[in-house]
Ligand binder design. Sequence first.
Ligand code: SF4
Ligand code: SF4
Length: 249
Amino acid sequence: MSGCTGCEVAIADNYAGLLTLLDRYVDWVYDLTLADVRHIPEMDVALVEGSVCINDHLSVEEIRETRERSKIVVALGACACTGNITRFARGGQQNQPQHESFVAIGDLIDVDVFIPGCAPTPQMIRNVCVCAYLLLKGNDDQKALAGAYLKPLMAAAKCDPAPTGCGHACGCDLIVGVINQGLCMACGACAASCPVRAITMELGKPNIDRELCIKCGACFNQCPRSWYSFDVTNQYESIMETIDAAMAP
Ligand code: SF4
Ligand code: SF4
């Protein structure tokens, strides 16, 4: 869809791991950038990058077609998850000046899994691919660990983690769900990702100016503490050992 292609570059940034993924866990059937396939086939899992331009009927049709032909739709990266920086487009872009309005893919279709980040880390994309496979085809232990890893990402796609109950991830959710819970580690990723500079780091903690916040969700997507439940934290080493074993030569 509409994005900078950075999320696809993040897939490729798995380097040798990408070849292992393609060899063991993924049969790559469609792609506009990394493979030369132009027609959307039936798919088990579709990773969708970018937001949808609603002035572009072809994009709207393509995202609906993707939903119809995929068992699982994954929003790959912040633009697909929340719209992110593309929410700011007001037309006049160099190559498509007539395109004025962009929405997250979840505004048009049902989404099953979020992979947050602008761009997501290569490791996280790898983890989701391996865990999806293990959830379907692993032994009982692997299924339990893979399910624990994927559960908060599936909940995120349904906006279940939004502690304010507003149905969108925004600056308020960062305050209620991360800072007020004592989870903030003062990394500054939220402030760096805010496109309207609504967040300033003060005394090592983010301070959010609600007057400026446009509820784009970028800060919540970028915060490394906003997604993972205690289930994931408590089992983190076992989950990573399982994924590493699955990727071992
Ligand atoms: S604080 Fe900034 S990044 Fe967070 S939702 Fe508001 S505008 Fe977006
Ligand atoms: S991104 Fe999350 S952990 Fe990092 S400073 Fe912001 S709220 Fe704290």
